[in-house]
Ligand binder design. Structure first.
Ligand code: DC
Length: 223
C-alpha cells in the first residue's frame, strides 16, 4: 500500500463515523484526525469568553488570532493541542459545547481559518479524516471517500448510549430532536454544508456494528 493518501469519512452527528474512522486507522495503519474536535475547541474557547456565536459571530472570529490549534503526533497518536496544551476531551464534548458548535461551524471565517490547519494534517502520511466537508472541501482529491450515516432514531440511540455529550434527563425523543436540529443547521449552512461528495460511497450503518463497517472500508481500501 502507498505510504501517503487521505481517506475522507463524512457523515451526520452520531452516525458512528468517529468509531469507524478510529478502527479503520488501526486496520490500515493510518492517523485518525477528528475535525469536529477542532470546531468544538473553538466553541469551547467562545464559551470561556462568554461569546454567543449566534448573536456575535464576529466575536468568535476575533478570538481566533489567539488560538494556535493543531494536531501533533504524540507517541504515534494525533493529539489536538490548543496553545501548547492538550485539548481536554471532556470539555469539548460537554452539552454546552454541543449546543453551540453548529452555529460556530457555520461562520464562514471560522471555516476559512480551518482550511489550512486541516489540510496540513496530510503531511504525516496516511490520514483518515472525519468531518462533514472532508470529501467535498478539505480533500476533494482524497483517494477514498465514504459517507457514513444511520437513521435518525438509530443515531439517537447511539448518542444516548454514549453518555457525556447528552444533558442529564435526556430522553430518546429529546436526543433525536437535538440531532435533527444539528443536521438541519449543518446541511443548510451556506459554506461547506454537510452532504456526500459526488464520488463518495455511502454506507447506511443501521444494524451493522462499527467493527463490521471498519472491516468493509478496510477491505475496499486494500482492494
Ligand atoms: O463530528 P461532531 O459532531 O463532533 O462535530 C461537531 C460539529 O462541528 C458539527 O455540528 C458540525 C461541525 N463540523 C463541521 O461543520 N465540519 C467538519 N468538518 C466537522 C464538524
Amino acid at each position: 500500500m502507498e505510504h501517503s493518501f487521505q481517506v475522507a469519512i463524512d457523515g451526520p452527528a452520531a452516525s458512528g463515523k468517529s468509531t469507524v474512522a478510529r478502527l479503520l486507522a488501526g486496520r490500515i495503519g493510518g492517523y485518525y484526525i477528528n475535525t469536529g474536535d477542532m470546531y468544538r475547541t473553538v466553541s469551547w474557547v467562545a464559551l470561556q469568553h462568554g461569546v454567543d456565536p449566534v448573536a456575535n459571530p464576529s466575536g468568535v472570529v476575533a478570538l481566533l488570532s489567539d488560538c494556535d490549534l493543531r494536531y501533533r503526533i504524540v507517541e504515534g497518536v494525533p493529539t489536538l493541542f490548543l496553545n501548547d496544551a492538550v485539548v481536554p476531551q471532556e470539555a469539548i464534548r460537554s452539552p454546552e459545547v454541543s449546543a453551540i458548535v453548529s452555529p460556530v461551524a457555520a461562520i464562514p471565517e471560522v471555516r476559512e481559518w480551518m482550511l489550512d490547519r486541516q489540510r496540513e494534517c496530510k503531511e504525516v502520511g496516511i490520514v483518515i479524516m472525519e468531518g462533514r466537508d472532508i470529501g467535498t472541501v478539505i480533500f476533494p482529491d482524497a483517494k477514498f471517500k465514504f459517507f457514513v450515516t444511520a437513521s435518525p432514531m438509530e443515531r439517537a440511540r447511539r448518542r444516548l448510549a454514549q453518555k457525556g455529550e447528552v444533558a442529564d434527563g435526556a430522553t430518546l425523543e429529546s436526543v433525536a430532536a437535538d440531532i435533527a436540529r444539528r443536521d438541519e443547521l449543518d446541511s443548510t449552512r451556506a459554506v461547506a454544508p454537510l452532504r456526500p461528495a459526488e464520488d463518495a460511497v455511502t454506507i447506511m450503518t443501521d444494524g451493522i456494528s462499527a467493527e463490521e463497517v471498519a472491516d468493509l472500508l478496510a477491505t475496499a481500501i486494500r482492494n
